[in-house]
Design a protein around this ligand. Sequence first.
Ligand code: ZN
Length: 324
Amino acid sequence: MAGFASTTDLADKIVSFDELGPGLYAYTAEGDPNSGIIVGPRGVTVVDAQATPAMAADVQARIATVTKLPVDTIVLSHYHAVRVLGASGYPAHTIIASDVTRDLIAERGQQDMDSEIGRFPRLFRGREGIPGLTWPTATFHERMTLWLGEREAQVIRVGRAHTAGDTVVWMPREKVLFAGDTVEFGATPYCGDAHFTDWPGTIRKLRELGAEKMVPGRGRALMNANEVAEALAGTEAFTSDLFAIARAGAAKGATLAQVFGEAMEKMRPKYGQWVIFDHCMPFNVSRAYDEAQGLDRPRIWTAERDVEMWHALQGSVRSGEIAR
Ligand SMILES: [Zn+2]
């Protein structure tokens, strides 16, 4: 098995910048965290800021190929460091997040930053440029609308899934959805801070929107309704399969290491080819095991807890402690 988290994933990814509709773009990079772009009449809105100001500069270099307008608004789909810490690299004065996401930044943003820098050395190569946590300048409770001229962008806290504060941006006229990490495509859903019980209901609400194009959290832009349906179904199947294994294990008194071994064995044939599978699974199983035992609020990951958990699970695999 490869090293801790994504510490051995150091090769550069190829960036794609795809047009989804008039003034709507997807910045994607072979399974790295995506950004969405909405070009308005006076400025540009970016959905998810990337990990560092240096990466924000690359997003803006792509935007500059389609408009001279500056990025004036950032929407944060959730609190994770790889999504938010690049915000200072844009001239935007408005940073929008759900109230729940802001609470999570206040409660666990610093620990998450330290933890994610340890997990993703490639994404955080420019970490010295990060001035600190990213604080929203505007929050909302359930939904708000951005009016970009006549264009409507609905910012919706859609329900708990990848995190408690998950927010999507929905363009009802163009039927384009910027999904944050509530939906992935060809990439493993990260579930270390997830709400497994609620995730299928959140997917159902997303399905009801009727998106015809989508920017998932990771993976390439989805350009038709069939691809959108496939991404929604894949994310739902992955999270449901994992939680079913955790619930069954917890019900029979299995240890975390035993549940991890079983999840890896059962899920690798179906999902092992998705990017960051080996990175995500220890964190995913840890959270699923907690939730299966009734822990509603995800425990806070710290750089220290990350490494301790990782070595405990890998060690139990190597020593054959896990029942096969
Ligand atoms: Zn995330």
